[in-house]
Design a binder for this molecule. Structure first.
Ligand SMILES: Nc1ncnc2c1ncn2[C@@H]1O[C@H](COP(=O)(O)OP(=O)(O)OP(=O)(O)O)[C@@H](O)[C@H]1O
Length: 654
């Protein structure tokens, strides 16, 4: 068959497909310029492959064994795609939507959704193990998306085979972090369902989420950054992603970041962060840990970035002893140190963990307060692992990061049909997911007031009734809450319910800021050992140790972790001591500047926190300016003479 050259360009796309099909059937030629170019090219390839558009569907599928082998081989892809497949099926199956995942040769790995509207041949051909390569079945979603290496929509008779002309589909290829093809995600629906909007962008968005999930999964031992020129797109399916070594070398880049930076993948991978964005990795990491967000500068503009993943901080996994509760699946092992290790040598922490552990054993809720990065979540995990519920799940909910409108359903769940757009089968809330284990409510101070009342009721009655009704469920959970905000102060401001505060506050553990711990040196040595990947015994030079002990650590243990990891990364394999050469310049500057202020005032104890130090420095300066006059100094500082005397006493005693 040869390609016809006479060109007809009718405006109605359905009409043009009819015209093209008649020509194909009658003259055996694909007319030029009648169909969309990607469809015309695909029809031509189908003709060249010797296919007949009127032939029945080929019904040769793989055997069960081979399907099992194929699914096993593609397990990572199937698992990564599961949430998106489920979501698309939830939305579209009632409209006849079918969602399929294929491998890189267009063989179906999974297919879910409504099949009632399919004729029996199509139903057979749309099953795991069936191959939809374009050379076998002509123009079709997965097969043609693979040839084109780009997403496409095919409406009705744009399919090459007549027998599937009653279906329309949207397909998008899925690629791995190196850009290699992994498979295709496809949404197929009956063409006569005019209610279905074109959903190509939805399928593309689902594919981006799958790719991002695989990216994060593949780079567990790396730093993974979310990057975008607009902050609201960070952590979304539109985010650019970079996987880095600790020394800043880029290991992988996703497709979006290549597009955002307008660079090919090979222009990014293997290069160093500093070379590309003019920022040293340790400086960026310090920013990310301290402020939660960093900036990358390029000639084309600035980009925001956030930390999605930092390699695991606990090389040794503490595994809780399993209890013989066979009916429940074992929870994934939690990474957290045993309580004793967590408390270290700090008496306040030691008392805290003792009380927390007692509280849980007496079914009392625990409230953990402490600055950001002090280890509140780690403490909650360790308490859980130490409790009688340690074989149950540990479910963490960050109340600050869930949009207000979603917290209720996220926590309490809902029954099917509870509201428009609710998922089929409903959703099990996080409280119920924690059944038999521990619910950790992080940033509880950010929970909306209306929901606080509902949470209070649940905690009092120990039962839960999901939105949309149904039977109440008895809850058997331990509750641990945490906040870096002072909940008592929030109560005073009317932002947190007093009754809930007292209900949650069975025992309140205050984790000291790292600068205030009495066992800083021991902890730094212990933590360093935990973070050293090859078990080498590493020491810290005494001069540097002194500076670390005097530093005020605004980012607490999280900041210490970054500092130590960066230092370890900068050590040569045969080095066994960390000194200032292994510390980033800007952090060294901070350490040195605090040293200078302490040196200039020999009467100051360098261990005193810097806020206090600068307060006392200010007093001394104003006092000098006023030639020792107490009244004038107090007036200038806006404090009473008594306060000034008290503070001077502190100054002398320090
Ligand atoms: N005792 C500890 N031993 C080892 N690592 C710790 C310890 N405490 C905290 N960390 C590490 O410090 C980091 C911060 O810990 P975590 O998230 O528990 O702090 P947080 O107080 O909950 O912070 P935020 O208020 O920002 O949520 C984590 O990377 C964690 O692994």
């Amino acid at each position: 068959m040869k390609k016809s050259t006479d060109s007809v360009l009718p405006t109605d796309p359905l009409h043009s497909v009819k015209v093209a099909r008649n020509r194909l059937v009658q003259e055996g030629e694909v007319p030029s310029g009648v169909l969309r170019s990607e469809i015309e090219d695909s029809w031509q390839r189908s003709v060249n492959a010797g296919l007949n558009c009127e032939a029945p569907l080929d019904l040769e599928n793989l055997s069960r064994d081979r399907i099992d082998t194929l699914q096993e081989k593609n397990r990572g892809l199937i698992e990564a795609a599961h949430p998106e497949i489920k979501q698309l099926v939830d939305y579209f199956s009632s409209d006849g939507g079918l969602v399929m995942l294929t491998d890189e040769s267009a063989t179906i790995l999974k297919i879910k959704g409504e099949t009632r509207h399919l004729d029996s041949a199509t139903r057979y051909a749309l099953a795991p193990g069936a191959n939809w390569g374009e050379e076998l079945r002509g123009t079709n979603g997965p097969g043609t998306a693979i040839v084109n290496r780009s997403p496409l929509m095919i409406r009705g008779n744009e399919h090459f085979l007549d027998s599937i002309g009653y279906l329309s589909c949207c397909s998008a290829p899925i690629t791995d972090p190196k850009g290699e093809l992994l498979g295709v995600l496809d949404l197929t629906s009956p063409t006569d369902n005019r209610d279905l909007p074109p959903n190509l962008s939805l399928v593309q968005q689902a594919v981006r989420s799958i790719e991002n999930r695989m990216f994060s999964g593949q780079f567990q031992q790396h730093i993974v950054l979310s990057v975008h020129s607009r902050p609201e797109y960070l952590r979304s399916s539109w985010q650019g992603m970079l996987a880095l070594e600790l020394d800043g070398h880029i290991q992988a880049a996703n497709e979006q970041i290549c597009q955002l930076l307008n660079r090919k993948r090979e222009q990014l991978v293997g290069r160093n962060l500093e070379e590309l964005f003019g920022v040293r990795p340790e400086v960026l990491l310090t920013d990310l840990h301290r402020k939660g967000r960093g900036q990358l500068r390029t000639r084309g503009g600035d980009f925001y970035c956030e930390l999605l993943h930092f390699p695991n901080s606990f090389p040794t996994t503490y595994k809780a002893p399993l209890k013989s509760n066979r009916s429940k699946p074992a929870p994934a092992p939690l990474n957290a140190p045993p309580l004793q290790e967590l408390a270290g040598q700090d008496p306040r922490l030691q008392k805290g963990v003792r009380m927390g552990s007692r509280a849980l054993s007496h079914e009392l809720p625990v409230l953990i307060q402490g600055e950001t990065g002090t280890g509140k979540e780690v403490m909650a995990k360790s308490l859980h692992l130490d409790s009688r519920r340690n074989s149950g799940p540990f479910v963490a909910v960050n109340c600050a990061s869930i949009p207000e409108g979603l917290i209720e359903s996220e926590l309490f769940g809902y029954r099917e049909g509870a509201f428009t757009g609710s998922r089929k089968g409903g959703m099990i809330g996080r409280l119920e997911q924690a059944q038999g284990g521990t619910l950790f409510l992080d940033e509880i101070g950010d929970m909306p007031l209306a929901l606080q009342a509902r949470l209070l009721r649940v905690l009092q009655e120990r039962t839960i009734a999901p939105l949309g009704g149904g039977d109440e469920i008895a809850l058997d959970i331990a509750v641990i809450c945490a906040s870096h905000r002072d909940l008592k102060a929030l109560v005073a401001e009317g932002l947190f319910r007093e009754d809930l505060y007292y209900r949650l506050n069975g025992v309140c553990l205050r984790i000291p800021a790292f600068r205030d711990r009495t066992d800083k040196a021991d902890f730094i040595r212990y933590f360093l050992q935990q973070l050293t990947p090859d078990g080498r015994q590493i020491e810290i030079a005494s001069e540097l140790m002194e500076q670390l002990l005097a530093y005020h650590w605004p980012g607490n243990i999280r900041q210490l972790e970054t500092t130590l990891r960066v230092a370890i990364a900068f050590m040569e394999p045969d080095e066994v001591e960390i000194n200032s050469c292994h510390i980033s310049d800007d952090f060294l500057e901070e350490l040195n500047s605090q040293g200078q202020s302490a040196e200039g005032n020999m009467s100051f104890n360098p261990v005193v926190g810097t806020l206090k130090t600068s307060e006392l420095l200010t007093i001394q300066q104003v006092l000098e300016q006023n030639e020792g006059n107490i009244s004038a100094t107090a007036t200038e500082l806006g404090i009473s003479r008594a306060t000034l005397y008290r503070k001077l006493k502190q100054l002398e005693g320090a």
